[in-house]
Design a protein around this ligand. Structure first.
Ligand SMILES: C[S@@+](CC[C@H](N)C(=O)[O-])C[C@H]1O[C@@H](n2cnc3c(N)ncnc32)[C@H](O)[C@@H]1O
Length: 301
């Protein structure tokens, strides 16, 4: 567990929300459902959207949308489309009014819906500022979305799923929870590669079969590759559909670097063997022969 995770553990986040309730002015909405309403400061909204590179081709879904600021900013500043869901009709009315003021009603809307029932299939970007146990409940549904879908969360992460990027922001106007500081966690839904894969490559003029077996836990991949009479350990990572795996590089075995794009049951890319002047690059195509299961996380809800 990282120091950062420890620092903002469950108790810390609960304190954010409790403290938030205490300091919200009487006229403010407290939200409805599984967590109280605490708006994300605008500077943090801007950072969240920048970290996941929101653009005009994106469809953003904010789970628990409050006054709508995340989806409205995505539309007004980045040309994205999307919607927010909330259970609080007053906040939903406010969000729709804010969308009108920002002139983005053609791009965004807000609906009264339980976020645990929301259809996420249109999302290219999901945003959240929710309690940690809510994030964990949502995690497997988000992991099952199209590879490359981005997720960005304010102040609380998604447990054992390591963020692809995280930032700490100094936010002097933030008066609740950890006053003056916000944490942002960005993730990219990885392709699913666990199982057995095969390649046939021509190496030094010889047709050479490669047998891969991959295990996957979130975006981390490890396993083995059998090449002729050798078995090498593999280790690497997925960034959406992009995969990079390393094998060899010690005990007299040349370094093998596999990079490619996962397209369903095929991976297409390059194998680089060796380093420096002796490095040779070959086209690499792998085909899935038997699909495996993702490794179960210890914090699976
Ligand atoms: C911490 S606020 C975040 C608001 C907004 N996303 C932002 O970052 O400014 C959480 C919001 O989630 C809403 N909410 C809580 N439980 C919900 C549920 N089960 N379904 C939909 N919305 C929910 C609350 O009403 C509140 O507006």
């Amino acid at each position: 567990m990282t120091a950062l995770r420890k620092m903002i553990g469950q108790a810390g986040y609960a304190a954010v929300m409790v403290a938030a309730l205490a300091v919200l002015p009487a006229a403010a909405q407290s939200g409805k459902g599984d967590v109280v309403y605490v708006p994300t400061p605008q500077i943090v909204v801007d950072t969240m959207l920048e970290m996941v590179k929101v653009g005009p081709s994106d469809f953003v879904i904010d789970l628990g949308s409050g006054d709508g600021r995340i989806v409205i900013t995505a539309a007004a500043k980045h040309g994205a489309r999307g919607f927010g869901v909330d259970l609080d009709p007053v906040l939903l009315k406010m969000a729709n009014q804010n969308a009108q003021k920002a002139n983005v009603t053609d791009k965004v809307h807000f609906v009264e819906e339980n976020l645990f029932k929301t259809d996420l299939s249109r999302a290219t970007v999901i945003t959240s500022y929710l309690l940690p146990e809510m994030n964990l409940r949502l995690r497997s549904r988000i992991m099952a979305l199209k590879p490359g879908t981005r997720l960005v969360a304010h102040d609380y992460n998604f447990g054992e799923w390591d963020p692809d990027e995280q930032r700490e922001l100094i936010v002097p106007e933030k008066k609740v929870g950890n006053p003056g500081i916000s944490y942002v966690f960005a993730y990219i839904v990885p392709a699913r590669v666990p199982g057995r894969w095969q390649s046939l490559m021509t190496i030094d003029g010889r047709e050479t079969p490669f047998e891969f077996s991959f295990n996957q836990s979130f975006q981390e991949v490890d396993g083995k590759v059998e090449i002729r009479d050798r078995s090498l350990n593999l280790r690497g990572r997925l960034t959406g559909e992009r995969i990079r795996l390393l094998a060899g590089g010690r005990d007299g075995v040349a370094r093998h670097e596999f990079t490619g794009q996962v397209q369903g049951e095929q991976i297409k890319g390059t194998l680089a063997i060796g380093e420096g002047a002796t490095r040779q690059q070959l086209p690499w195509v792998a085909k899935l022969v038997q699909r495996g299961e993702l490794k179960r996380a210890a914090d699976e809800p």
